[in-house]
Design a protein around this ligand. Sequence first.
Ligand code: DP6
Length: 320
Amino acid sequence: MHATAIAQPNIALVKYWGKRDMVKNLPAVGSISMTLLGLETKMSVQIDKMAENDRAYVNGSLSQKLLPRVSLALNRVIGSERDRVIVNSRSNFPIAAGLASSASAFAALTLAAASATKSDLTIQQIARLAGESSGSAARSLYGGFVELANEEKTIQVSQLASHQDWPLSVIVAVTEVGPKSVGSTEAMEISRKTSPFYDEWVNRQHADLSAARQAIHERDFSALAAVSEHSCLKMHSVMWASRPSLVYWNAATLRCMQTIRELQSRDVAVFFTIDAGPQLKAICDPKDAETVLTALRATDGVVEVLRSGLGCGARLIADD
Ligand code: DP6
C-alpha cells in the first residue's frame, strides 16, 4: 500500500497568525493565500507491515526532527492503531526558511496517506486534517486563490479563483538560506500571550478578509496590493511587539521592500508580502515579472531569486 502526492507551498495575502485551539490547531483568524507554481514537495507514503517504527526521509536523509509531526499527521488520517509508515519527502526549494515548506509537506503527506490507505475522505476533509498538522497546509489542497474560513468549531477551505482566472506572477527574493530562528507554532503562542496588539489583530481580520475577497473577485490589483501589504505589516507589528520580540527580517529584507517601493513609484504593478522568515515575495502582473525579477536580483543581500506564479492544488501522481 503506497501512494505519492505533490503539493505546492502557498503564500498568505491575508495572514494567519495565532491559534484559538492549540490541540486541534484551529487558527484564531481566517486567511487568504495564493498557491504557488513550480516550487513543490513530492511526498511518498509506503505502509510497511514489517517495520517497527515510522521513518521519515527529507531530501534523502533520515529526519528524526520531523518524525513526531509526521507520525501525528499519519495518525490523523489512518488512526493510531496502524502499521508503520515510511515517508519520503523531496522539495525543490529551501525548506524551513519562511517559504511555507510545512504547508506543501503536510498537504502532500495527508493526501498521500489517505490514498495509500484507500480512505474515502473528501478534499475538504483532507484539507481539515492537513490543517491540524499545519494551519497553512489546509490551503495547499486547493489551487489559485484560497480562503481558509475560521468557523465556530472547524475550518472551511475554499477556492476563491483558480490559477487560470487571474494568473499573477510571484517572485521570491531569498535573502538567507537556513532554518528560521523561531518556528511559527511557538512564535504564534508568544504573540498571543504577550503582544499588546494581538487582540486588535484578531478583531480586525474580518475587514481585511472581505477587502481581499472583493479585490480577487473584481481582479482589482491595487486593492489586493493595499490589503496584502497592510496585513503583512500588521502581522509583523504584532510579532515585533511580542516579548521576546520576533523579528524575522534582515537588512536585505528591508532593502527588498525599498526596491518594491521604487518600482511602485515608477508605476510597476507590484506588491510585497513577507512570512515568518527573511524572504520577500513580490506579486506582480506577468508583463512586469522580468522587471521585478531584475530589480530584486540586483538588490544588495539577495542570494537567490525564484520565479513562480499561481499553481493548482495538491494532487496524486503515479509512484516512482
Ligand atoms: C506567517 O501554518 O506554519 O506563514 O499551524 O503552527 O504549523 P502552524 O503554522 P504555519 O503558519 C503560517 C504562518 C505564516 C502566515 C500564513 O501562512 O498565513
